[in-house]
Each structure stands twice: as structure tokens, then as C-alpha cells.
Design a protein around this ligand. Structure first.
Ligand code: NAP
Length: 283
């Protein structure tokens, strides 16, 4: 089975390296720019295809790893080509989009699916080495879906099947767990910097607290993991926080109050009575 990649960005390149290391036959790369295609081809020791047509024609499985906004456009471009796509499998790796964006290919007899690795691809080499730790979700239609399932099973890649209409909420959840966690941590660091901590010192100061809190969520669940003034119903402490935060930054105040209310929801599962004073303070 020959595997081609259209879109030689972070995900396409890293996943290509991973598959190549697992001894799959990578047909090569097509990308918008020569530079990206050259880099991916060099890292995987495979050829560059200037024309999508040539890559699609010789590949059995084609990953369309372009940015989300261009997946449909690329699929339609292939649909207009005089190439037989029957029995070929087209896969995109978007978290939010389902396979329907490639429907014109399915109408021509191809299998279409979305295969999403829940993993942040910031560095290509690191991602290629660690992608086996990610959880994948799969949805799609066509006979070739079994080939994709086999690829996941043979390589022991953890995965689940997702309903096409659940992808948006699934992706929003991932966004909260990853991107918004980064934003929350950045707010904490900014607060420390504001009162004179150097950047490195601010990072060192919160590191153990962050790791332990995250571990506690995975070990004991969010209810037991929640500690701090809201879990203890310490109204005066929260009032002090709010009063001083107001002096610095309105954004911090919004984040503190929103996350405070979310913490109150968790605390309500812990304590039978939550403080009305706290609810009023955090509104
Ligand atoms: N980044 C993540 O952490 C992550 C995680 C999971 C899933 N994903 C998904 O993986 C997919 C790719 O994301 P990415 O982060 O790898 O994006 P990326 O680094 O921006 O790469 C996208 C690549 O697509 C190429 N491209 C765009 N339009 C094209 C076209 N018309 N024809 C050929 N190539 C085209 C670009 O080529 P040039 O460089 O040549 O211009 C670029 O290299 C997306 O669907 C994304 O949602 C991303």
C-alpha cells in the first residue's frame, strides 16, 4: 500500500516520518510551496510531486494534511481531475471537520474519513517520535475504512470511533483542555511578573503546582482534585483576590471570575452547601 501526503506542514510531515519508521511505503509529498515539500521529502527520504494528480494516481491512501480551510478546496480539485479514485482512501486530520468536506470523492467511489490525533504538533521531530502516545478519533464512510482501522490496530494506536455530528464539541473540548489551559497558565505567570517575578522564576514557581493539580485530576477526578479557597468556602480570601486583581487588569478579573464560577460548580459536588456570598462575588 502506497501512502501519499498533500500538505507538507507539521502534521503531514510528522505523521509521514512516523509511518515511514513503521515501514510503510510513503509515496511522497505535494505541497503549496516547494520549500515545505522539499523539507518533508528530505525528512522522509521520499520524492516531491509537483502535481497532485501524479501523487493521487500512484497512491492507495492519501492524507490531505492541509489547513482546515483548504481541505474541501483540495478535495474538489482532485474530484475535477481525470484520475480514478475508486478504491482509494482519502483521510484528513482535522479535529473539527468531518469527512463530508470530501464528499465529492466518496461520490466517485473513494473512501473518505477524518482521523484526528489529539496531540499538539509544535515540533515535527518530537511529534513524530511521540505521536504513538496520542488518542485518535476516526469517522468516515466507505469500504476502505477497515484499512485505516487496521493501520491503527497494527500500530497499537489508541483510538475511538466518533459520530460525525459530534466533532465540533469534541474539538471544542480539546481546545479548552489544551489552548485555554495555556491561556490560564499565562494569566497566572503574568500576575507573578506584575509583582516583580522574573519569567523563569515565575515558571519555576508554578511548575510543581500545575503538574500536581493535573495529576490529581487524572488520579482522583476533578471533584477531589479541587483545592483552594472556593473548595473551602473561604469568602474573605476570594474577596481579597478580587479587590486586588481589579487594581491591575480587567482581563484577569474576567478570567478569575469565569474560572471561579466553574470551580463553584465543582465545589457544589463536594460540599452540599455552596456559599451564596461566593456566587455573588464571582458574578
Ligand atoms: N497542529 C496541530 O497541533 C494539529 C493537531 C491535530 C490535527 N491537526 C490538523 O492537521 C491538519 C494540518 O495542520 P498543520 O498544523 O500541519 O498545518 P500547517 O503546519 O499549517 O500545514 C498545512 C500545510 O498545508 C499546505 N497547504 C495548504 N494549502 C494547500 C494546497 N492547496 N495544496 C497543497 N498544500 C497545501 C501548506 O503548504 P505550504 O507550507 O507549502 O504553504 C502547509 O504546509 C489540519 O487539518 C489540522 O486541523 C493539527
Amino acid at each position: 500500500m502506497k501512502i501519499g501526503f498533500i500538505g507538507a506542514g507539521k502534521v503531514g510531515t510528522a505523521f509521514g516520518i512516523y509511518l515511514k519508521r513503521e515501514h510503510y511505503h510513503i509515496a511522497g509529498y505535494n505541497s503549496r510551496t516547494q520549500a515545505s515539500a522539499d523539507r518533508a521529502a528530505q525528512l522522509t527520504n521520499t520524492p516531491v510531486f509537483e502535481r497532485k494528480f501524479d501523487l493521487v494516481e500512484i497512491s492507495d491512501m492519501i492524507f490531505i494534511t492541509v489547513n482546515d480551510d483548504n481541505i474541501e478546496k483540495v478535495a474538489k480539485e482532485i474530484c475535477k481531475m481525470d484520475v480514478d479514485v475508486e478504491n482509494k482512501v482519502f483521510i484528513h486530520m482535522s479535529g473539527v471537520l468531518n469527512c463530508e468536506v470530501m464528499n465529492c470523492l466518496h461520490e466517485k467511489g473513494a473512501t473518505i474519513c477524518s482521523l484526528h490525533p489529539l496531540y499538539p504538533f509544535s515540533d515535527i521531530e518530537k511529534s513524530a517520535s511521540e505521536i504513538h502516545k496520542a488518542n485518535f478519533t476516526l469517522e468516515g464512510k466507505g469500504e476502505g475504512l477497515n484499512l485505516v482501522k487496521d493501520l491503527l490496530i497494527v500500530n497499537d494506536l489508541s483510538h475511538s470511533i466518533i459520530a460525525s455530528n459530534n466533532k465540533t464539541i469534541y474539538h471544542a473540548s480539546a481546545c479548552v483542555a489544551s489552548n485555554y489551559l495555556v491561556a490560564v497558565l499565562n494569566t497566572s505567570i503574568e500576575m507573578l511578573r506584575e509583582i516583580g517575578f522574573e519569567k523563569e522564576m515565575a515558571l519555576d514557581t508554578i511548575k510543581e503546582l500545575v503538574f500536581q493539580s493535573a495529576n490529581n485530576v487524572f488520579d482522583y477526578g476533578p471533584t477531589k482534585a479541587l483545592t483552594g479557597p472556593i473548595a473551602r468556602n473561604d469568602e474573605k480570601t476570594v474577596a481579597m483576590h478580587l479587590s486586588d486583581i481589579k487594581k491591575f487588569d480587567n482581563n484577569w478579573l474576567e478570567i478569575y471570575k469565569t474560572m471561579g464560577r466553574a470551580s463553584m460548580e465543582i465545589a457544589a459536588k463536594k460540599n452540599s452547601e455552596t456559599s451564596q456570598v461566593l456566587w455573588d462575588l464571582l458574578l
